[in-house]
Design a protein around this ligand. Structure first.
Ligand code: GLN
Length: 194
């Protein structure tokens, strides 16, 4: 059973802990740099990416996060977590940094006012068993991706689930639906990472 951390600075940490547990992992909260050493993979929750970014710097986690991700630690980010794994934000707030790792540019709050929050059934063949219910809450979309990035699901012509080797990101929140298949996909990525 792989030990998978959830970055617990801000956001929907509890929901990710529950989804990871249900997908067969041993989830733990990560708040301090040392705690990163004990996990085989890391989930970055949904929430507010500017806040998560600033707290990661204040808590002294940012460098260690970048180091572990660039050394191959599997990571999965939902929504704000997707933004944290992007190499570039189109419209960053001042002082907003990312961990990076996925060769993509994301646009924050991309779906606009009328579509601030919505649900959509997504075709996501990497997840067996039929469409995935995507819960989007002030979600980003992926503006562009590099050659190494694989699009796993799109909505309205924009990638909303991407994978690059050991890194996975979704613009939506599978942790809010009770469907553990996306977390199971990530747990499997952690299991198969050397
Ligand atoms: N809009 C938020 C951000 O920019 C993300 C929202 C979410 O995680 N539900 O960080």
């Amino acid at each position: 059973v792989p030990t998978i951390g959830v970055l617990a600075l801000q956001g929907d940490v509890r929901e990710h802990l529950a989804a990871l547990k249900a997908s067969g992992a041993n989830p733990v909260q990560v708040r301090r740099p040392e705690e990163l050493d004990d996990v085989a993979g890391l989930v970055i929750p949904g929430g507010e990416s500017t806040t998560i970014s600033k707290l990661a710097v204040i808590f002294g986690l940012m460098d260690r996060l970048r180091e572990r991700v660039s050394q191959g630690m599997p990571a999965y980010g939902s929504c704000a977590g997707m933004i944290m794994l992007a190499d570039k934000i189109l419209d960053p707030r001042s002082g907003q940094e990312t961990i990076g790792g996925i060769d993509m540019i994301v646009r924050r709050n991309a779906f606009g006012r009328q579509n601030e929050s919505f649900e959509a059934a997504l075709d996501m063949p990497a997840v067996p068993g039929g469409p995935v219910e995507g819960v989007f809450i002030r979600a980003p979309w992926v503006e562009s991706t590099g050659a190494a990035t694989e699009t796993l699901a799109s909505y309205d012509g924009h990638p909303v689930a991407v994978r690059q080797r050991h890194l996975l990101a979704t613009a939506f929140h599978p942790e809010l639906t009770g469907d553990q298949r996306v977390h199971a996909l990530f747990t499997e990525m952690v299991r198969s990472a050397h």
